[in-house]
Design a binder for this molecule. Structure first.
Ligand code: FBP
Length: 309
């Protein structure tokens, strides 16, 4: 399989992605492969401090953030990094071409249970605040049974899997090019407490079983649940609730990059008023209600909530 399949570097080149952007994506991809060898040392326990949201920080959260930020700065391609784990953006090379947003470890609650978790990265040329439509690329890394990476540079969304080449070196080989959501959705996952959802949303969710005959797939890791939708179609939501009117997931670090990848795969995203790619937050840590999936299901949701936008 290794001979005739494109590597990530080759795919970026034949896709005509700009050289500086190719170098950044490839650098991150291989750093993310190397990072995994270090995980076991940081699996157990909390780092002891709290992050900017007052949440206990897992040791792996802290280590991955430090490792990725250091390696991204070393590329010389990044002038600023906004990280979910950093109180202030990290400054890199002043004249470098890119601004990076990163959720270094998405799915922290799944570390100790050895369930899938991942990393989400957004890449801009202009500084924030920006709407997600200004992304030049987005990618996510999924540490699951397979070690995969999905990227889009506005040229469709493409999935790569870690594999060893003839010389025993880890490579990212093309697994699925220009992935598109299946026309008919099969699965759905919704976060938050159902008893805290709005009555209209609760009725919509019941219809996903009753009318749409979808199956529940919810793991507690956004990138893993997103991967279900990307491959099987359906809808993922972390809705606004009475106790959390802005939902849980964060616009800059999680929603915008994943909405970029999703819309390149033919899916639609929504925040309750607009596409998540059109939402803009002055507060880089702002949370957002998040709905992502097949267009017909997002349209059905808008109707169920009595919204048009
Ligand atoms: P972290 O960034 O702290 O991991 O929180 C994000 C997240 O883990 C998402 O990956 C996931 O979709 C959601 O929280 C799960 O939330 P809940 O535990 O409330 O179901």
């Amino acid at each position: 399989m290794a001979e005739e399949v494109l590597t990530l570097s080759q795919h970026l080149k034949v896709s005509g992605v700009a050289q500086d952007l190719r170098r950044l994506i490839v650098s991150f991809a291989y750093v993310s492969l190397d990072a995994q060898h270090h995980f076991p040392k940081y699996l157990r326990g909390a780092a002891g401090d709290k992050n900017k949201y007052g949440e206990a920080v897992a040791r792996l959260d802290e280590w991955i953030n430090g490792y990725y930020c250091d390696e991204l700065v070393k590329t010389g391609l990044v002038r600023k990094i906004y990280s979910e784990e950093l109180r202030q953006p990290l400054l890199g090379s002043p004249h470098a071409p890119f601004i990076v947003t990163i959720d270094p470890l998405d799915g922290s609650s799944n570390i100790n249970t050895n369930n899938s978790f991942g990393t989400i990265m957004g890449i801009y040329r202009d500084d924030l605040p920006q709407a997600g439509r200004k992304l030049v690329a987005a990618l996510y890394k999924l540490y699951g049974p397979l070690n995969t990476l999905v990227y889009s540079a506005g040229n469709g969304s493409h999935e790569f899997v870690k594999h060893y080449d003839g010389s025993g070196n880890a490579q990212f080989l093309l697994l699925a090019e220009n992935v598109k959501l299946p026309v008919k959705g099969e699965v759905f996952g919704v976060g938050g407490d159902p008893l805290d959802w709005s009555p209209k949303f609760l009725k919509f969710a019941k219809d996903l079983f009753r009318v749409e005959k979808l199956k529940v797939r919810y793991s507690g890791t956004f990138v893993a649940d997103f991967s279900q939708i990307l491959h099987r179609g359906g809808i993922f939501a972390y809705p606004q609730t009475r106790s959390a009117p802005r939902g849980k997931l964060r616009l800059t670090y999680e929603a915008a990059p994943m909405a970029f990848i999703l819309e390149q795969a033919g899916g639609k995203s929504w925040d309750g008023s607009r596409s998540l790619l059109d939402a803009k937050a002055l507060d880089v840590d702002a949370r957002t209600p998040l709905y992502m999936g097949n267009d017909y299901l997002i349209e059905k949701l808008k109707k169920a909530l009595g919204k048009r936008g």
